[in-house]
Design a protein around this ligand. Structure first.
Ligand code: C5P
Length: 303
């Protein structure tokens, strides 16, 4: 049976802890992080086509490139180059819900989704290890996005250990109208002479086992936050508003500018959402939960 089309739903990610060490000789920083994927999804549909093309309907993606600069197109081309043949093609359609340049790995998730989907569409049957190697060539967060869930990450974030799914955590995301550039946030981190803690976040891993939201709240940490706040002081008001409205804790997500708040339950989420949603610069306040995982749906021609 030939796969005619395939649809994947790729979650957003947040970092519950982002320990950042000094810049390495390869230009990347050593990390000790806990990733969690949350249930805010981009939808990626792929179908057989003569060449590799991309469309992105909707206003979220208005200013995004559709050609070779797009990480989703890069993913399809890399997969074809390494494991396919030149006659393979795909039309990719991405419907975005995850904010662009928001520190939630939307672009990385799109690239991971294309790897998962085209692996099925083109019948390549690559192993998890092969997909992981391609993912790392595309970006530091792409390997985690292949599996989602909750994971401990070292190195650039690619040395992954999945943590057991023991229960949901409730979050509020305050997305922002204006994005932040990840390389610039890392540069600011360097310029500030910052040097974070890249030891294994064992206390957080223990707290996640239950999961004990109060204990998790006390252990959330982002070494990039001072750099992100120095570039965008307005984010301080958003963090303050969320805490005052009853969030257990709040922090900048990844390199920002999305701010993420841990809340006790849905009721608290509504209160915190209303408070941060009215802050200047906030595009939307979204109640989400984690962990979430990618889903893959395949259609065949039935032959
Ligand atoms: O890996 P990715 O292309 O997503 O990274 C984007 C940029 O973020 C890198 O070019 C680098 O400046 C910075 N980065 C870093 N250390 C990491 C991950 C990303 O310095 N571990």
């Amino acid at each position: 049976m030939r796969v005619t089309n395939c649809t994947v739903r790729m979650p957003a990610k947040i970092n519950l802890c982002l320990g950042v060490g000094p810049r390495r000789r390869d230009g990347f920083h050593e990390l000790a992080t806990v990733f969690q994927a949350v249930d805010l999804y981009d939808k990626i549909s792929v179908r057989q086509a003569a060449d590799i093309t991309l469309t992105m309907p909707g206003s979220e993606s208005e200013n995004l490139p559709l050609g070779d600069k797009n990480l989703a197109v890069k993913a399809a081309k890399l997969l074809r180059l390494r494991h396919g043949s030149p006659d393979m093609g795909v039309h990719i359609e991405i419907t975005k819900k995850i904010p662009v340049a928001g520190g939630m790995a939307g672009g990385s998730g799109n690239a991971a989704g294309v790897l998962l989907a085209c692996n099925k569409l083109w019948g390549l049957d690559l192993s998890d290890e092969q997909l992981h190697a391609l993912a790392l060539e595309l970006g530091s967060d792409v390997p985690f996005m292949l599996s989602g869930g909750t994971a401990l990450g070292f190195g650039r974030g690619e040395e992954l250990t999945q943590l057991p799914h023991s229960g949901k955590l409730n979050w509020v995301l305050a997305t922002n109208r204006q994005g932040l550039s990840t390389p610039r946030v890392f540069e600011t981190f360097d310029a500030m002479g910052a040097n974070g803690d890249v030891s294994s976040p064992d206390d957080l891993v223990q707290a996640l086992k239950r999961p004990d939201a109060d204990a998790v709240a006390g252990l959330l940490r982002n070494d990039l936050q001072p750099a992100a706040l120095s570039m965008r002081p307005d984010l301080k008001n958003i963090l303050k508003a969320g805490i005052e409205a009853g969030a257990l804790s709040g922090l900048v997500s990844g390199s920002g500018p999305t701010c993420v708040f841990l809340v006790k339950d849905r009721r608290a989420a509504r209160k915190v959402g209303a408070a941060v949603g009215s802050c200047m610069g906030v595009a939307s306040a979204l109640a989400v939960s984690g962990p979430a995982v990618p889903s893959v749906r395949i259609n065949t021609d039935g032959e």
